[in-house]
Design a protein around this ligand. Structure first.
Ligand code: WQD
Length: 347
């Protein structure tokens, strides 16, 4: 069944991949993005990656009038809310900016949805709501624990949705708790373009491989893990995007057990920092320079998803392996270097 889907933040790293997969699934898509942390080239390239109707509304999710107009004008059936700030370090140094942007953005969107009777939501949440996990692998019923303001905004928005669902029995939502999204579309045309120095491992490794960074700092090798470095559940961004399509389709299926469900998007397999460096070296064909440094405050030793609910509820699971994640991330990184080159002819 073809649906009209509004994707807030649809020009971003995750968003652009979600838009491509929604189009591939036959849906019509409206992108709402203010390009504060995304790139117009991603939107321009989407028609090369998928046929179908995609409209760009350049605007801010905090502008309730703009959102309500888009919901009505394009007869939106459901919303995927991806827009928001997501840098953990920035949220620690500037928490009010994160509470203002992320919470106001979500409330503005939800009010516009309520006013226009759009009552199906997929929310981009994060495994960071689990904090330092007490159990492994982490299931959706695990205790949450906040270690930074960014994670707090994600948990608060989930709880706002809980209260909305309670107040409006026709409202249903799925909050997708992302583990560690990495990689890029196999075409190399869309991918992650960090605006500043990357906080996350994969983009930093990729920028080191391309020569933009001197070396990777490995934040500690004295964790209780097989090689002492941090272990994470990396998931290919295309698998993650397909999880969003599965969530949208599920919202139009039979009633959910809970009208607001949390669902982990991860693989259930963890890799250490040194294993990532090895895998990325294999993808790019040369060793990645690195240095062991002190731990990063707030880091957990291991974060690993129990992905079983996604399979049970959505009929979805990740299929791309670490080699694919590295190969696709590297292909995009090389393309992105060309994008900024004065010699690039074709788009
Ligand atoms: C991964 C591993 C680091 C950088 C964060 C957010 C989370 C989500 C994903 C949005 C850890 C190590 C990292 C580096 C390193 N984002 N590392 N050197 O911290 O698991 O999760 O991104 O939702 O909210 O918290 O990801 O990529 O920063 O770190 O050694 O330069 O790599 O210690 O073990 P993280 P990450």
């Amino acid at each position: 069944m073809v649906r009209n889907i509004l994707t807030t933040g649809g020009a971003g790293y995750i968003g652009s991949h979600v838009v491509v997969e929604l189009l591939q699934a036959g849906h019509r898509v409206v992108i709402l993005d203010n390009f504060e942390n995304s790139d117009r080239r991603a939107v321009a390239r989407i028609p090369q990656l998928a046929a179908g109707m995609v409209v760009l509304v350049e605007g801010d999710v905090r502008d309730q009038t703009v959102v309500a107009e888009a919901l009505e004008q394009y007869r939106i059936d459901a919303v995927i809310h991806l827009a928001g700030k997501k840098a953990v370090g920035e949220s620690v140094s500037n928490p009010l900016l994160y509470f203002h942007d992320n919470l106001l953005g979500a409330i503005s969107l939800l009010q516009a949805m309520q006013a226009t009777r759009v009552r199906k939501l997929v929310f981009s949440s994060s495994a960071t709501v689990y904090g330092v996990p007490k159990e492994l692998p982490i299931s959706e019923t695990a205790q949450t624990g906040i270690t930074n303001p960014y994670g707090r905004t994600k948990l608060m928005i989930e709880e706002i949705v809980d209260d909305l669902v309670e107040a409006d029995p026709r409202f249903t939502a799925i909050s997708l708790r992302y583990f560690n999204p990495v990689g890029a579309h196999a075409s190399g045309l869309i991918g992650e373009r960090p605006k500043d120095t990357p906080n996350n491992l994969f983009p930093y490794v990729a920028q080191t491989a391309i020569g933009q960074r001197q070396e990777v700092q490995v934040f500690g090798d004295d964790y209780d893990t097989p090689d002492g470095t941090g272990v994470r559940d990396y998931i290919h961004v295309v698998d993650l995007a397909r999880g969003h399509v599965a969530a949208i389709d599920r919202l139009f299926g039979p009633p959910l057990k809970d009208r607001h469900m949390r669902i982990n998007l991860g693989t259930g397999t963890g890799y250490s920092v040194l294993q990532i460096l090895d895998a990325f070296s294999a993808a790019c064909g040369f060793p990645i320079p690195y240095r062991i440094t002190a731990r990063r405050p707030g880091d957990a030793a291991i974060s690993l998803a129990d992905p079983s609910r996604a399979e049970t509820v959505l009929g979805w699971r990740a299929t791309r392996d670490l080699a694919q994640m590295c190969a696709d991330h590297w292909a995009f990184q090389q393309r992105a270097a060309l994008d900024n080159s004065p010699y690039l002819v074709a788009n």
